[in-house]
Design a protein around this ligand. Structure first.
Ligand SMILES: C[S@@+](CC[C@H](N)C(=O)[O-])C[C@H]1O[C@@H](n2cnc3c(N)ncnc32)[C@H](O)[C@@H]1O
Length: 345
């Protein structure tokens, strides 16, 4: 339902930073939601996705789609250097196992002044748990929910505290004992059931209400910004942006209070309310949808990438020369050593 509103938000950023001539690669396209939001961009977007099963399903839905299996945490990518002007992702980079590695592989496919544009319209997902860097084995991750009831992150409970089950009833003891056998695996499996995560969250509070909480959204943004700095990108814009649309008050909106006239998806947090100011603006039986999207735009920093790319080219040329016997194996070895220690820069 909120497709037009989300598209409105995304379009404002694309309009600001993407030119008509730009070639675009999308990372983690999944079932093609981004292309559905902006179908007029589809000819310019090379869709990619790591999961071959999703790619198969994607192709069965959209037989004409150009989607390819590409895992940005796995070299080599099937595209040469400088193949694209822009890399896009929607709810993708927060799920990557190794964000810095991915930013390097993506950077190589981007042109000299290439841009990276990432959008999020979902609250951090439990999958974000995997890339979170915490002391595994020392701490057990328990889910946490914010005041409005949305999954917000993990409570890190010291392993010895989590194993101290005296304060729990028999049922909770059994749940925790099972959970501690493989917390991350169970967390992922339980993610399909909000109630199961909530039960686990309540147990976590009972075990250690003071334990530190890592919030997915904050963690991702901080991590994303530092990963971008470490891999030679300058952040040129970042924030939240709204898109809106006016639609019929249909059952698809899952109306609870018939008076509500504004439905707001604020990066995965759904709020419905009655806004008296909208009464004059909306004809009867219409409601306003608002979608807030979090975005970040970064650009390759040439002072970081140019010398790096020059060295990679030199290494590749040297390997080719050695292969063709133009350079002796011994000389090639010595030159490679100099190159990798930066001596020839
Ligand atoms: C939350 S889904 C979002 C999918 C789609 N962009 C959307 O908004 O509907 C994240 C996607 O990233 C993909 N992904 C995860 N790790 C990846 C990687 N290393 N390389 C490429 N895609 C990856 C997942 O398979 C999944 O399809």
């Amino acid at each position: 339902m909120s497709k037009d509103a989300s598209a409105g938000a995304v379009r404002q950023i694309l309009g600001r930073y993407i030119e008509v001539k730009d070639k675009i690669i999308e990372i983690g396209s999944g079932l093609g939601w981004f292309a559905q939001l902006v179908p007029d961009y589809i000819d310019r977007i090379q869709q990619t996705e790591a999961d071959p099963k999703l790619v198969e399903k994607h192709k069965s839905l959209y037989p004409k789609s150009n989607i390819q299996v590409v895992d940005v945490n796995n070299l080599p990518l099937p595209f040469g250097k400088h193949s694209f002007d822009v890399a896009l992702g929607l709810n993708t980079l927060d799920e990557l196992l190794d964000l810095e590695y991915a930013l390097m592989t993506i950077g190589r496919t981007l042109d000299t002044n290439g841009k990276l544009v990432h959008f999020r319209d979902l609250v951090g997902s439990p999958q974000s748990l995997v890339p979170i860097d915490y002391d595994r084995g020392q701490y057990a991750p328990f889910p946490t929910f914010d005041k409005e009831g949305y999954s917000e992150g993990i409570r890190l409970i010291r392993w010895d505290v989590a194993q101290n089950l005296r304060r729990l009833d028999t049922n909770a003891k059994l749940i925790v004992a099972k959970y501690l056998e493989d917390p991350e695996g169970w967390y992922e499996r339980l993610a399909a059931s909000k109630q199961a995560l909530r039960d686990l969250s309540d147990i976590g509070v009972r075990l250690s209400s003071q334990a530190p909480v890592i919030r997915f959204d904050e963690y991702f943004l901080t991590n994303f910004e530092s990963a971008l700095r470490n891999t030679g990108y300058n952040i040129i814009d970042s924030g939240k942006i709204d898109g809106t649309s006016i639609v019929d008050k249909s059952p698809a909106l899952k109306i609870r209070n018939p008076k509500d006239n504004i439905y707001h998806n604020d990066v995965g947090r759904y709020r419905r309310k009655f806004d008296s100011q909208l009464v004059g603006e909306l004809v009867p039986n219409k409601v306003k949808l608002v979608a807030t999207v979090q975005y970040l735009v970064a650009q390759k920093d040439t002072s970081f990438w140019a010398p790096l790319e020059a060295r990679v080219t030199m290494i590749l040329n040297l390997l080719e020369a050695a292969e063709k016997g133009k350079v002796s194996a011994e000389d090639a070895k010595k030159m490679l050593k100099d190159l990798s220690s930066g001596a020839t820069r």
